[in-house]
Ligand binder design. Structure first.
Ligand code: F6R
Length: 612
């Protein structure tokens, strides 16, 4: 999604802005731009379609120098990716705006502003903001902050805004509603960004804006007003780690690095949350113990990979905790008339905590009479966390690769902790089973390390896919969502069409597709569904389909003609979804590398989907 960087300093800030944009590249975008106010008072911009590299080239041949500036990476929503649609947008020669989000009433505003004589040079909704601000500026006697405050109520939709003007070179303005913004605090200089990662090269102290906040940022001070217009202080957060996340280290891609981080981050997600033989329910917040005892149903809502984690959790919650569970994608849930069962815990799952549909679903749910809301999230400062009653933070650390990997497995770990905590609170989980699973959770990082050690074998298997256009992924029980996640990974980064089915559905339709050109990938832990799965695989082989089976060492499956078996370390069945995810991630990764796609920033995709 779009990214914002801004700076006000005494030194030249152009390189800081560009470096900030580079650090946001992982979010996905299709054009980039920067506007800088020179010491002589000229506001100038450079914009380019394509990568930040193109913008850098433009700046190399036509440099911009100044100590106040804003920059943006755009992911097209209104208007095609083009230079004239790229941000910053100007009104006149003195006013520039960059914007994340969507202005829903942009057509009405556009007509009104055209009536006032404004000429539009782009197809974007953002251009209405800058002209509206220009118009209000005149009405506010040239006071930029007053003009922003006056214009904001006229904007309907979602926005994170950064504004600068040649007429008030002492300030950088920001406004947040539905799209995150963070102020980076320096010494005699301050910064702004849509994600703190963009500013880690200049500071480790941050102040997060809240919904409805407007900020006036000077070189040596920051003033913030909340949604009601009252001056407020926002807490300063200092980071002491995490800077290494922006570095690929020895790995060729962030995705590969993040896949290999999984034993470590799963370990971190477990830390402080396990007692000797039970889950520490306080990990979900101080009210969790009292609340969980009254939970009779669970409703999970999420998008994409996080939705797949929720699907696994449904199997766990019903089987291990005896609690009925429903799950739905957020974009459907938010627009549906929902019948809420009494005593239902509303659970959202999100890596970023800023996904527009998931946030909107949470906000709707609050009006619907759920018992309480719980966010399982990777970003402690996110909107989702701030707006939920209870939180379990996954400790995956920043995830840079657009295709989610370590966020998914840490979500699964968080959801297993939830299952065990709820099962005990409801009296449905025997203490011996909880103790056994706690022990298995402790061993999980080691098992994951063993699975990753099979990388070379999986790389070899990936060659089978290099020339293929379609694949099927099969799984049964809690492995079905794992198959869905495997298929999503493959299509996201290798652009191969991949579909997942519960293996039992094969002969109800998809079997018609199977032939020698359609590899079928299967996950086969050693459980009571294994024999049924083996019959499904025979059905594939009988139609000439090539099989790739990730199987438990105890499953007694062996290589044969058209059957490639990769033996996986043995694991307790309940935790098999976590383990079996890893070879599917590695498989997608190696196929994408073979096909030469952009692994970390696949086409058309954005890391954090902050618009609908
Ligand atoms: C896929 C992927 C997406 C996200 C989805 C939700 O690899 O990353 O499907 O899972 O956009 O994002 P979060 O978890 O941030 O709410």
């Amino acid at each position: 999604m779009c990214g914002i960087v801004g700076a006000i300093a005494e030194r030249n800030i152009t390189a800081i802005l560009v470096e900030g944009l580079k650090r946001l590249e992982y979010r996905g975008y299709d054009s980039a731009g920067v506007a800088v106010l020179s010491a002589a008072g000229d506001l100038q911009r450079r914009r380019r379609v394509g990568k930040v590299y193109e913008l850098e080239q433009a700046l190399a041949s036509e440099p911009l120098t100044g100590s106040l500036g804003i920059a943006h990476t755009r992911w097209a929503t209104h208007g095609a990716p083009s230079e004239r649609n790229a941000h910053p947008h100007f009104s006149g020669e003195q006013l520039a705006v960059v914007h994340n989000g969507i202005i829903e009433n942009h057509e009405t505003l556009r007509e009104r502003l055209k009536g006032l004589g404004y000429v539009f040079t782009s197809d974007t909704d953002t251009e209405t903001i800058v002209h509206l601000l220009h118009h209000t500026l005149a009405e506010c006697g040239g006071d930029l902050t007053a003009a922003l405050k006056a214009a904001i109520p006229e904007l309907h939709g979602a926005y994170g805004l950064a504004v600068i003007s040649g007429s008030q070179p002492d300030r950088l303005l920001a406004a947040r509603s539905g799209s995150p913004l963070v102020i980076g605090l320096g010494l005699g200089e301050n910064f702004l960004a849509s994600d703190q990662l963009a500013l880690r090269q200049v500071t480790d102290r941050f102040m997060y804006l809240e919904e409805g906040d407007i900020a006036e940022i000077h070189r040596d001070s920051v003033q913030i007003w909340d949604a009601s217009g009252a001056p407020v202080q926002r807490e300063t957060v200092q980071y002491h780690d995490g800077a290494e996340a922006a570095d690929k280290g020895e790995y060729r891609h962030f995705m590969l690095k993040e896949i290999h981080e999984q034993p470590k981050v799963v370990q971190r997600t477990l830390e402080g949350r396990l007692g000797n033989d039970h889950v520490l329910v306080q990990a979900f917040g101080p009210q969790a113990e009292a609340l969980f005892a009254g939970v009779r149903n669970v409703q999970i809502v999420a998008c994409g990979t996080s939705y797949h984690a929720g699907m696994v959790a449904r199997y766990w919650l019903e089987e291990l905790a005896g609690i009925p569970c429903q799950i739905e994608v957020a974009s459907e849930f938010r627009y549906r008339k929902v019948v809420v069962q009494p005593d239902t815990l509303f659970v959202t799952i999100s890596q970023s905590g800023e996904t527009a549909d998931t946030l909107a679903a949470l906000r709707n749910a609050k009006q619907l009479g759920y018992l309480a809301s719980l966010a399982i999230c990777n970003v402690g400062t996110s909107s989702l966390v701030r707006e939920s009653d209870l939180t379990l933070l996954t400790q995956a650390g920043p995830e840079i690769g657009v295709a989610s990997t370590k966020a998914f497995t840490t979500q699964l770990v968080g959801l297993m902790l939830l299952t065990l905590a709820l099962g005990r609170a409801r009296g449905n989980l025997e203490a011996t089973i909880e103790a056994e699973l706690v022990e298995e959770l402790r061993r999980l990082p080691t098992r994951l390390g063993e699975a990753l050690a099979m990388d070379k074998i999986i790389e070899k298997v990936s060659e089978l896919f290099a020339e293929k256009h379609h694949t099927l992924f099969l799984g049964r029980g809690a492995q079905y969502p794992v198959a869905m996640e495997g298929a999503l990974k493959l299509k996201e980064i290798s652009y191969i069409h991949a579909e997942a089915y519960p293996a039992g559905e094969l002969k109800h339709g998809p079997l018609a597709l199977v032939d020698a050109d359609m590899p079928v990938v299967t996950v086969a832990p050693n459980n009571e569904l294994l024999e049924k799965l083996k019959s499904n695989l025979q059905e594939v082989r009988a139609r000439g389909g090539e099989l790739i089976v990730f199987a438990d060492t105890k499953a007694a499956m062996s290589n044969g003609e058209g059957t490639h078996v990769v033996n996986m370390p043995h694991i307790h069945d309940a935790l098999a979804p976590v383990l079996y995810t890893l070879p599917l991630q590695l498989l997608s990764y190696h196929v994408a590398v073979l096909r030469g796609t952009d692994v970390d920033q696949p086409r058309n995709l954005a890391k954090s989907v902050t618009v609908e």
